[in-house]
Design a protein around this ligand. Structure first.
Ligand SMILES: Cc1ncc(COP(=O)(O)O)c(C=O)c1O
Length: 341
């Protein structure tokens, strides 16, 4: 009963098959092969536009490289104070941007409050050259609280960004779960809402090392290839990154996986909602739930073999995550233990 993270899951069989098929013969290196061209085209197809697509191997690299193209070394990047980029990527963003400052902003349910963001930007501008120059907004969809942004919500951040000539980035480590949850198209959740650049992750959704920087703004895409190479993310055997993408995008495997993961979290949620002693303060919209569970019950759950995170945002808060391979019986077994504890 592993509910710690979706990256504890294994590989989707389609990915393993695609890797095995790509394992024979020879192909050009560094992304010059046919599989890579096909995978980039498949990503463009789902976004319904000729975006620039750069496969990398970790979500941290995707975020840090993306932000390096969106914000100068003397700039500020406005994000939620609980964002992965700020809390879980060491100083990768600072390193890759050459020193840009992440400004963590408070806000309900993992979303930075717009008015607070505006106030930070305006204060920085008053200080002029003495403060970090406002450079980019970075949002996570799914958020670090398990909630999702609709296209309309994203557009509101875009409008603020436009007032101050900022770029907009989305950390989409769980983008598939947001697409399924909102019912919006990938295009509506990105360039349609004014997003310049998406870190698009499928590692948590059945891939092995399936992360991409997808750029919708031509000027931002210029010379990005050099950033990736310089960062050591232009794989020589690039086709093994690409093969994963083709396998997951074909027949909408990525969406089916995400739908299953979201459904499993809803099933878990239904069980938590029935327990008066357990509070679920944040909306459950994707494949993560953050129940507040008294300490004695948490101990009992762990004794019975349930694995989950303690989450630092609130006292007694925990995080449970489901993924493409989470089974109904695993969830039901967890709920039975929760009921008896
Ligand atoms: C929201 C979010 N963004 C980015 C990442 C970074 O991924 P990685 O661990 O591959 O660097 C994660 C990983 O947990 C994540 O949850």
């Amino acid at each position: 009963m592993h509910f710690v993270s979706d990256n504890q899951s294994g590989l989707h069989p389609a990915v393993l098959k695609a890797l095995a098929e790509a394992a024979t013969g020879t192909a050009a290196g560094y992304g010059e092969d046919a599989l890579s061209a096909a995978a980039e085209a498949a990503v463009q197809d789902i976004f319904e536009t000729r975006c620039a697509v750069f496969f990398v191997t970790t979500g941290t690299a995707a975020n840090a490289l993306a932000l390096s193209a969106l914000c100068p070394p003397w700039g500020a990047i406005y994000c939620h104070k609980g964002s992965h980029a700020q809390n879980d990527e060491n100083t990768a963003v600072e390193l890759y941007t050459g020193g840009a400052r992440l400004v963590g902003i408070d806000g309900e349910q993992g979303k930075p409050a717009l008015e607070q963001m505006r106030a930070h930007i305006e204060t920085a501008k008053i200080h002029g050259v003495h403060n970090a120059r406002p450079g980019a907004v970075s949002l996570s969809n799914v958020t670090e609280s398990g909630t999702v942004y609709t296209p309309g919500e994203l557009a509101a951040y875009r409008a603020l960004a436009d007032e101050h000539q900022l770029h907009v980035h989305v950390d989409g480590a769980r983008f598939a779960n947001a697409v399924v949850s909102t019912g919006a198209t990938p295009a509506e959740l990105t360039w349609g809402a004014g997003v310049d650049c998406l870190s698009f992750g499928l590692t948590k959704n059945g891939g092995m090392a399936a992360e991409a920087v997808v750029i919708f703004n031509e000027r931002v895409a210029e010379q990005f290839e050099y950033r990736r190479k310089r960062a050591g993310h232009l794989w020589s055997k690039h086709r093994y990154l690409s093969a994963q993408w083709l396998a997951l995008l074909e027949d909408d495997v990525w969406l089916k996986n995400a739908r299953h993961a979201n459904d499993m979290t809803q099933r878990l949620a239904a069980g938590f909602y029935e327990r008066a002693e357990i509070d679920v303060p944040w909306s459950v919209q994707a494949n993560e739930i953050f129940p507040v569970i008294p300490g004695n019950i948490r101990l009992a759950l762990r004794d019975e073999g349930l694995q989950f995170y303690d989450w630092p945002a609130k006292a007694d808060m925990t995080r449970f995550i489901t993924h493409f391979a989470t089974t109904v019986s695993e969830v039901d077994a967890a709920l039975a233990i929760i009921a008896s504890a």
